[in-house]
Design a protein around this ligand. Structure first.
Ligand SMILES: NC(=O)c1ccc[n+]([C@@H]2O[C@H](COP(=O)([O-])OP(=O)(O)OC[C@H]3O[C@@H](n4cnc5c(N)ncnc54)[C@H](O)[C@@H]3O)[C@@H](O)[C@H]2O)c1
Length: 431
């Protein structure tokens, strides 16, 4: 099948590469000329496992090409996926300008295509925005919503092996085409109307954000009772009614989706005359959580102005270069605000973090450099090279071996018995 994918970020590229790998002909579109040049050169503008290799393979075989000519992409495709960003407006509401622009760009090139919204959009968007814009154009089309559930760090793998496929349709016409496209995918497929498919994406993300926040709330309680939240969650996860993922306590969720989607839903609900307090409280708890890392640091070092502290992990999680809403931003800003000398390191996200221009930071060339002569280190992601560090690395390299761990990367007994001050969110030793 001939597939057009508009928006060549995490979701667009994962979609394009997955369908390309399955033998379809794919054209990627974007307004960013540099991204398009990179793609046609077989280089991935997004750091994700498998992207670069698959891209080289598909551009080499002519199965994938990229263009900024969105109308041409639309006219030569049978199915067009809209994968553009849907960021937050200053008031937290959803910014649909990229969806509107991309829809406008294809509106005069349609002749029977299925236009599929894969970006995360609020219920009513396909009906109220996409169809409205397309009606001003020419030709035949039908519109579907097919929300994406991939996780950064395993985007391609998730696109090829999803838990479920949701297809929302205005009139059922596009469903058949999408079922044909997804026929090799061995997972439940749920067909709904457009608004329901759009809402399923929000309901899923809100629930995942709630699960993480619930664990963090439990962690904060456990600390007060002198109990280890990781031991507690081991017991909780044995309950068959509770799926075990997204229950590890830490410094809060980051990334491009949860905060944006929860804020968008709050803003939209307010417009409908309803205040979703559970969702709002989730965001409040999440905002406060990274600052707990600073409290732990202060409890270990006493006064922190002038101290030398390393922060390991700048992306919002390991295996990605994405720094959008990373807890590291809040942690680093708080440290700088308290007069700490901050050294940072990340295996993939150094350039992206640097481009945030957060302040006067030392960027370490490697992890050992980051630890050398530091008064303390804050572990912010479970990147392989951090998890592989042992007590001897901290003791051998640091001025004082104080490790504040937001990811429970190590066994507390090993660290403490080796003479390390090892503190983390939700542990009995952190009081
Ligand atoms: N990143 C994730 O983990 C993830 C997971 C599921 C769903 N989503 C949703 O998918 C959507 C895309 O997310 P992403 O992370 O891939 O975003 P991204 O920022 O990585 O990529 C978006 C791309 O769209 C391009 N773009 C913007 N306006 C355009 C236009 N008018 N025409 C063509 N291209 C345009 C941008 O240049 C950019 O390359 C969002 O709605 C997001 O909420 C993201």
């Amino acid at each position: 099948m001939k597939i057009g994918v508009i928006g060549s970020g995490y979701v667009g590229l994962a979609t394009a590469l997955a369908f390309g790998k399955l033998g379809h002909e794919v054209v990627c579109g974007d307004i960013d000329e540099d991204k398009i040049a990179m793609l046609n050169d077989g280089r991935s503008p997004v750091a994700e496992p498998g992207f670069e290799e698959t891209l080289k393979e598909l551009t080499g075989s002519g199965k994938l090409k990229a263009t900024i000519d969105i109308p041409a992409l639309a006219s030569e495709s049978e199915v067009i996926f809209l994968c553009v960003g849907t960021p937050s407006l200053p008031d937290g509401g959803i910014d649909l300008s990229a969806i509107e622009d991309a829809t406008q760009a294809i509106s005069c090139s349609l002749d029977g295509q299925v236009v599929v919204v894969k970006s995360t959009v609020l219920p009513g968007t396909a009906r109220g925005v996409v169809l409205k814009v397309l009606k001003g154009g020419s030709g035949g089309y039908t519109v579907c919503n097919n929300p994406e559930f991939l996780r950064e760090g395993s985007a391609l793998e998730d696109s090829l092996d999803p838990d479920r496929i949701i297809i929302g349709s205005i009139d059922g016409k596009g469903t058949e085409k999408l079922l044909e496209l997804y026929k090799g995918f061995d997972c439940p497929k749920l067909m709904t109307d457009l608004d329901t498919a759009e809402m399923i994406k929000y309901a899923s993300n809100i629930f995942l954000a709630l699960k993480i926040t619930y664990s963090n709330e439990m962690a904060n309680l456990c600390e007060r009772f002198g109990v280890d939240v990781y031991d507690v969650m081991t017991g909780v996860k044995l309950d068959k009614r509770i799926a075990p993922k997204y229950l590890d306590a830490g410094a809060g969720f980051g990334g491009s989706c949860f905060e944006k989607d929860l804020s968008a839903m709050i803003a939209a609900a307010k417009d409908e005359g309803y205040y979703p307090s559970l969702i709002a409280t989730t965001l409040d708890i999440n905002d406060a959580q990274p600052l707990r890392m600073i409290e732990l640091l202060e409890s270990a070092l006493g006064s922190i102005p002038g101290k030398d502290v390393a922060v390991l992990g700048l992306a919002f999680k390991e295996d990605t270069a994405d720094v959008r809403n990373s807890r590291a931003i809040i942690i680093v800003q708080a440290l700088l605000g308290k007069g700490v000398n901050v050294t940072v390191h990340d295996p993939l996200a150094m350039d992206n973090f640097r481009s945030l221009c957060i302040g006067d930071l030392n960027y370490a060339g490697d992890v050992k450099d980051a630890l050398r002569d530091k008064d303390a280190v804050i572990i912010q992601t479970n990147a392989d090279e951090y998890v592989k560090l042992g007590p001897e690395d901290f003791k051998g390299l640091m001025r004082s071996p104080v490790v504040i761990d937001g990811r429970r990367a190590y066994e507390p007994e090993d660290m403490i018995s080796a003479g390390i001050t090892y503190l983390g969110i939700g542990w009995k030793n952190s009081k």
